[in-house]
Ligand binder design. Structure first.
Ligand SMILES: Nc1ncnc2c1ncn2[C@@H]1O[C@H](COP(=O)(O)OP(=O)(O)OP(=O)(O)O)[C@@H](O)[C@H]1O
Ligand SMILES: [Mg+2]
Length: 661
């Protein structure tokens, strides 16, 4: 790329500054601050429900807002969720998470039920899944979603100014006046003032709550505003104070009383997350007293801290853990009661190789190491096939092997197994997706291959080799497990890659494959119709009549093993489909008939396979041969997503396959 001219650069600089100032104008415009009295007069009327939302309701509204406004579509073009539809309340997740619709649905259902006031809102949400399966990503998306939503009109949130738990200003309304408040504004106030707020109200405003300052807040993890994270470091030194704070000794000297709320350090994660969400990483690693505190917080909406009466806190806790930790936790009998107070959502790996390859695509496009590296068009899909194979349970159905099961799971049609079979198969092996290779493993081994080879191009076969290398060098696996996974690499190559690469090369053998194939299909139909009607065919050039070309018909049908005795049924079926298309004024194309497509591709290919033979056979190809070969290579690069290196490799790979046929 040419470096920017100084002028272009400064123009761009100006528009960036403009964008910045528009951004800051927008943000200033949204700010609001005033006394509680002003808040009651100007903000509350008409907005009662919105302002009285509890954290679960707020999160649910946020998810619905993303479902309606679908900002992801604007950011990612049409690549939102693969099918261009809006994902409803799942939309927020669909920006980044692929192929795990079912767990996403469960998470969304949790918020929906909790927002509606069901008892699930009093239970903690625990995501349980294998490593690198998207749990943290889910939590991050919820956090970023909250931050974004709090900047919208619908998501406007207000708090007592300076409150360490950004508590709702409505909590100022004394219990005796709440019934009247409900009659006036139509909303029930559920919260209670914190010791901090009560202290300030008395000391600075002599209890006149109308004068307490209120402001609009914007949720933000960086400023510890409504978004918090807690990760257990060393459980032996972890202190409850990390969550709920402690006495600040330097302030005790100043205020002279340990019970003074000003002498308490309100920096704990539960305060930071108040009114929004607290993410608990590896929750089952924390001490049991932590767990009790969090479960009580979810259930009773309060925490008990020494010296203070119960402190009201409203927040959603999203916890996650991996399977190993979970099984360990289950072994202690007394933990059962704790698990009862959680809603557990399993987050398995995706079982669709197409979706899995979208994950790699996402990770690869984000990584600088991949920026200038060309991957052949099947590299990521093939790695994804391998990954999903390691996650599947062998089917016990007659005629159904792992490869077919994998294709069914990806929504492909497999002869003899209707689509309805998929849900039955899924039900049979509920644990599928909780084990196997992780996206991180695959992407890491591809990166290693790139770093090591300093090549700018990686083929599917090289990706398989990189995976093999990673498996062989994995210290955590035993020999048997390694062998199994390497067998899956072989299977992925045999049942998928060979087919894909052959198809590319077959097509690239033609200047215009689609045209030639369509012509051949038309010819086939003409001949079939003539033969069924016992008509003569008129040669367009010589005008001579001749009977239908039975030899041609059979040579096409031969390619897909239509038998002599079955040929009539097959031909009638093709003609019937062609008639249907004709009646609907559509053209009968190869896309309307997958078996015809296979037959024609194969027929055309065999006509040209001599070109491929040239690739290997001629030690010193003559000019004519060289031209033909390079035309194929050119088409592979121009039309099928290859680069020079991978096109050459693909050609010689397919030629070797041919030699084995
Ligand atoms: N289904 C998926 N769709 C899109 N990306 C995914 C998916 N699963 C995992 N990833 C990606 O893989 C990477 C690892 O995922 P993440 O850190 O969210 O997993 P995790 O479940 O928290 O793992 P761990 O248990 O190891 O903490 C992330 O970059 C994430 O975007
Ligand atoms: Mg994680």
């Amino acid at each position: 790329m040419q470096p920017d001219s100084p002028r272009g650069g400064s123009q761009r600089g100006e528009s960036f500054v403009e964008a910045l100032s528009a951004y800051s104008r927008f943000h200033r415009a949204q700010h609001w601050s005033g006394t509680f009295g002003e808040f009651l007069r100007t903000v509350v009327p008409g907005n009662g429900r919105q302002l009285a939302r509890a954290s679960h309701e707020y999160l649910w509204d946020m998810l619905c807002w993303f479902g309606k406004n679908n900002p992801a579509a604007a950011v990612n073009g049409n690549a939102t969720n693969g099918n261009g539809e809006s994902g409803g309340p799942k939309e927020l997740f669909k920006r980044e998470l692929f192929g795990i619709d079912e767990p996403l649905g469960r998470v969304v259902d949790y918020f929906k039920a909790a927002a509606a006031g069901s008892d699930v809102g009093r239970r903690l949400l625990l995501l349980l899944g294998p490593p690198s399966g998207g749990k943290s990503t889910m939590a991050i998306l919820l956090k970023r979603g909250l931050e974004e939503y709090s900047h919208t009109d619908e998501g406007a949130m207000y708090a007592l100014q300076g409150s360490p738990m950004h508590e709702s200003p409505l909590n100022l309304v004394p219990p005796t006046l709440r019934a009247e408040f409900r009659d006036t504004y139509g909303v029930e106030i559920r919260g209670e003032l914190s010791p901090w707020a009560r202290d300030r109200l008395e000391r600075e405003f002599e209890g006149d709550f109308l004068r307490m300052p209120v402001e609009r807040i914007f949720l933000s993890e960086a400023t510890r505003m409504g978004v918090g994270t807690y990760a257990p470091h060393d459980p032996t030194t972890a202190d409850l104070a990390d969550l709920v704070g402690s006495v600040d000794l330097s302030k005790v000297a100043q205020y002279g009383d340990e019970g003074d709320p000003r002498a308490w350090s309100w920096s704990g994660a539960v305060y930071a997350a108040s009114r929004g969400m607290l993410e608990m990483i590896e929750i089952l690693k924390v001490k049991r007293e932590f767990l009790y505190l969090l479960l009580t917080l979810t259930q009773e909406k309060n925490v008990k801290v020494s010296r203070f009466p119960l402190i009201y806190l409203d927040e959603t806790i999203l916890a996650h853990t991996n399977l190993a930790e979970f099984h360990k936790f289950l072994q202690e009998k007394e933990n059962e009661a704790l698990l009862d107070r959680m809603v557990i959502v399993k987050v398995p790996y995706t079982l669709s190789y197409v979706e899995e390859s979208r994950i790699y695509n996402k990770l690869v496009s984000a990584a600088p190491a991949f920026r200038d590296v060309h991957l052949d068009p099947h590299a990521l899909r093939l790695a994804a096939v391998f990954a999903v194979l390691t996650r599947l349970v062998k089917p016990e159905r007659e005629g159904l092997d792992l490869s077919k099961k994998l294709r069914l799971y990806a929504g492909e049609s497999v002869e003899g197994f209707p689509e309805t079979e998929v849900s039955r198969l899924r039900a049979e092996s509920a644990e599928e997706g909780l084990t196997g290779v992780s996206p991180r493993f695959v992407v890491n081994s591809i990166s290693n291959a790139i770093t090591r080879s300093d090549k700018k191009s990686l083929t599917s076969m090289e990706v398989l080799l990189a995976l093999k290398d990673s498996i062989e060098n994995d210290a955590r696996m035993d020999a048997k497990a390694k062998k199994l996974w390497i067998d899956y690499l072989v299977l992925a190559r045999k049942d998928f890659y060979n087919r894909w690469v052959k198809e590319d090369v077959h097509r690239a053998l033609f200047a215009s494959f689609e045209d030639e194939a369509q012509q051949l299909l038309d010819k086939y139909l003409d001949e079939v119709e003539a033969s069924l009607d016992h008509r003569e065919v008129t040669d367009p050039i010589t005008n001579e009549s001749r009977p239908a070309d039975e030899r041609f018909l059979r040579s096409v049908e031969d390619k897909i093993k239509v038998s002599e005795s079955g040929k009539m049924t097959f031909r009638q079926e093709v003609v019937r489909k062609a008639m249907v298309a004709y009646k609907q004024s559509e053209k009968f194309t190869l896309n309307s008939h997958s078996r015809m497509r296979e037959a024609i591709e194969q027929y055309l290919f065999e006509e040209r396979r001599d070109v491929l033979r040239l690739v290997t056979s001629a030690a010193r190809p003559d000019d004519e041969a060289r031209k033909k070969i390079s035309a194929v290579q050119d088409r592979l690069t121009a039309e099928y997503g290859y680069d020079e290196h991978s096109a050459k490799e693909a050609l010689s790979y397919v030629t070797t396959l041919l030699a084995q046929e």
